[in-house]
Design a protein around this ligand. Structure first.
Ligand code: CDP
Length: 239
């Protein structure tokens, strides 16, 4: 797709940033992964399934997923205050919503799977990078899943839709300003998470979803390759 709209980093409107992924980056975790999109880097570590404590929180019908997102203090140039804040709590919760629909947690009654996401470097799209890393880390931990999820933020800068916003683009001030739409999709194309920060019409929201489908397919290919590389390495006798 080529339009006259000029992005600050020279990308086409439908072009995502260069992505990299690696599985097994935290050797002591049951599963782990790194996902990098441009200057945004997320690390996810999975612990479990393990018995839920305190005991009164156990659910005999199915296992539970707990997600904790945080940005490291050095992830942006203005030092982030350590500890839980409202934004981190919100992102932790939506990460759980994004991942839960594909996890077969009914296989783990009374148990819990913990997912920890840390943002090493932030240049927008950190919730999406965290979800992408977490999906790989869960697969690496061997948690059964019906599908894998991939996530990307679609933006509307004035009237133009663009894929995978940078922080500079999130701060776009011309015309109608910026709209940020993080979207998480299963590989089958089902939406497990969508947020909207800004304004957009119904028709253009449909177009944003189409753009997300194409972008998430590219994310999926990178996630799949990273998981396959980890399996090949294990089969080769290396960790
Ligand atoms: O990161 P994401 O786009 O998912 O979430 P956001 O709340 O829209 O944050 C956008 C960006 O703002 C982050 O990726 C960081 O680059 C930056 N940010 C920051 O500099 N300081 C914070 N306390 C929070 C976010």
């Amino acid at each position: 797709m080529v339009t006259k709209f000029k992005r600050a980093d020279g990308r086409e409107v439908d072009e995502i940033r260069p992505i990299e992924a690696k599985v097994g980056v935290v050797p002591s975790a049951d599963g782990s992964a790194m996902f990098k999109s441009g200057n945004t880097i997320a690390i996810a570590a999975v612990y479990g399934p393990k018995k839920m404590h305190p005991q009164h929180q156990q659910n005999p019908a199915k296992g539970q997923l707990r997600c904790e997102y945080s940005m490291l203090s050095f992830s942006v140039s203005d030092r982030i205050k350590p500890g839980r804040n409202r934004r981190a709590m919100e992102i932790s919760e939506i990460t759980k919503w994004a991942l839960e629909p594909v996890l077969m947690l009914d296989k783990y009654p009374n148990q819990v799977v913990d997912v920890f996401i840390n943002i090493i470097q932030a240049d927008a799209g950190t919730r999406c990078a965290g979800i992408n890393a977490a999906a790989m880390a869960l697969a690496h931990a061997g948690i059964p899943m019906t599908d894998i999820v991939s996530s990307v933020a679609i933006g509307k800068l004035d009237k133009t839709l663009v894929a995978d916003l940078t922080k500079e683009e999130e701060d776009f001030e011309e015309g109608e300003g910026p709209t940020d739409i993080p979207i998480t999709l299963t590989h089958e194309g089902k939406v497990t998470h969508m947020q909207l920060d800004g304004k957009i019409g119904v028709k253009q929201l449909g177009e944003a979803l189409d753009l997300a489908k194409v972008a998430c397919e590219k994310v999926y290919e990178v996630q799949k390759k990273a998981l396959k590389d980890a399996i090949d390495m294990k089969n080769g006798g290396e960790k």
